[in-house]
Write a protein that binds this ligand. Structure first.
Ligand code: SF4
Length: 452
């Protein structure tokens, strides 16, 4: 008797990473010096350009589902002081580069970048423009919290140059919103979308969640229909990651109201099907875009990538972190800025790039990262061809192929002549297939979220 995907999800209820990097962040190593990172920066090819990620670690209230590094503040002073430090960090970073480079992408995340006053947007963007080339092709993207954005605010960020907005929606149902301490009526989101479009920011993404307390499949479908009615260009649909042993505020979530693994699967599947009925194409694990969207086109061309922002058409191997706890990468390794804030400020005051952890890449890391990225982006990887390209024996992954056999038997993936393929039904479990190639992962550890 064939096993349903829901039963497979239950059977393979492992905690595995989301693979926005490899090695993954828990395997970055603490460092006391910025010397390696400075070397990696000085080795960059100035022609490649850079992406910048700026973390704003402040919010004015705590959503109980939040997995981000953020601090609740009721006054603007700490935010203003922090931005002074970000200005200084931009100076330090630009001085460490081989020459003035082009910022192709600048992404503000959080926390809540909506905490910034309008004039501070302009000030930071002006700072970046003074030290990096920023042209009309550069993407300036922000994660926007509709609960605190006003029309004047949206107008100001558009005038400052922001051209993409990612909106946290989560769910529209009031009972769900109350349970996650994020009350955001549909009208609030609708207003912000209308203002964004009015001021020319038409590249709009929505983040939706399933697996939240009191969510049901019916409510998830209603959420999708309402969200589509606002006509965003892309969706990211994530499973809520309940990790109260890591984030103590998640203890406020009523665990008895959380959907079980089977219900999570049904919610995810229902959201996927409904989005596809609305004309969206599934991209990778959890993104959805229109057929003519550059993300869909990149997936079809096998040029889709995955970085700390999730799926991206950005093929730039250089993403430089700014702000406390921000993460980035260079061709030679990953880097994570320090947290808490006092350490971040102390290091900048000392004239040091405020990094706390790095992870230099070995040749084997680079090979395994390429395999994992192809699984996550293309749902297929030719293992012998990949081994040849990276100069190792074609049977380098013999152990991994052996470990994949139960998943092949369960029709989660196929493996023929070393070509690993995920059929449509296996796609939701791609993190677990990718984890087979993660040599650092301790099976069974509880550090990560559910794969579905
Ligand atoms: S606004 Fe975003 S970052 Fe802030 S607490 Fe809520 S989910 Fe977390």
């Amino acid at each position: 008797m064939s096993v349903s995907i829901a039963e497979k999800a239950e059977k393979y209820d492992l905690r595995v990473p989301r693979y926005t990097s490899y090695p993954t962040s828990p395997h970055f190593l603490e460092t006391e010096t910025d010397a390696d990172y400075r070397q990696w920066l000085s080795n960059l090819d100035p022609k490649t350009g850079v992406s910048l990620y700026i973390h704003v670690p402040f919010c004015d209230s705590m959503c109980s589902f939040c997995g981000c590094y953020t601090k609740i503040v009721k006054r603007y002073d700490p935010v203003a002081e922090y931005l002074d430090y970000v200005h200084k960090e931009i100076d330090l970073l630009a001085a460490a580069l081989p020459e003035r480079m082009t910022a192709k992408h600048v992404h503000w995340g959080g926390g809540s970048p909506t905490m910034l006053k309008a004039e501070d947007w302009k000030s930071i963007i002006d700072k970046i423009k003074s030290l990096f080339n920023v042209d009309e092709k550069s993407e300036l993207a922000v994660e926007l919290d509709p609960r605190t954005a006003t029309e004047e605010y949206v107008k100001a960020i558009a005038e400052a140059g922001i051209n993409r907005a990612s909106i946290g929606v989560q769910d529209f149902h009031e009972e769900v919103q109350v349970a996650i301490n994020r009350v955001q009526p549909f009208e609030t989101t609708k207003n912000v979308v209308e203002w964004l479009k009015k001021y020319g920011i038409t590249s709009i993404n929505f983040d939706l969640l399933y697996g939240l307390p009191f969510q049901t499949t019916e409510r998830v479908l209603d959420m999708v229909d309402k969200a589509v009615s606002l006509d965003p260009k892309r969706f990211a649909v994530f499973g809520y990651a309940h990790v109260p042993w890591m984030k103590s505020h998640m203890k406020l979530i009523p665990e008895e109201a959380l959907p079980n693994a089977m219900e999570r699967w049904e919610q995810m599947d229902a959201a996927a099907q409904r989005l596809e009925e609305h004309g969206f194409v599934k991209v990778g694990l959890d993104h959805y875009a229109r057929p003519d969207d550059e993300m869909t086109i990149a997936m079809n061309n096998k040029s889709l990538h995955r970085n700390f922002q999730g799926y991206t058409v950005d093929n730039n191997p250089v993403m430089l972190p700014l702000g406390a706890s921000s993460i980035g990468q260079t061709p030679e390794g990953y880097v994570a800025n320090v947290q808490p804030l006092r350490d971040y400020k102390r290091m900048i005051d000392a004239g040091t790039l405020p990094i706390g952890r790095t992870r230099g890449l070995t040749d084997e890391d680079i090979l395994r990262r390429a395999v994992i990225e192809q699984i996550m982006c293309n749902m297929q990887v030719d293992l012998p061809a990949m081994c040849k390209e990276h100069g190792v024996d074609e049977d380098f992954f013999a152990n991994e192929e052996e470990r994949l056999k139960p998943m092949v038997e369960d029709e989660i993936c196929t493996l023929e002549n070393g070509v690993l393929t995920l059929p449509e039904e296996g796609r939701p479990l791609m993190r677990m297939v990718a984890a087979t190639f993660d040599t650092y992962l301790q099976q069974g550890q509880k550090k990560h979220s559910r794969a579905v």
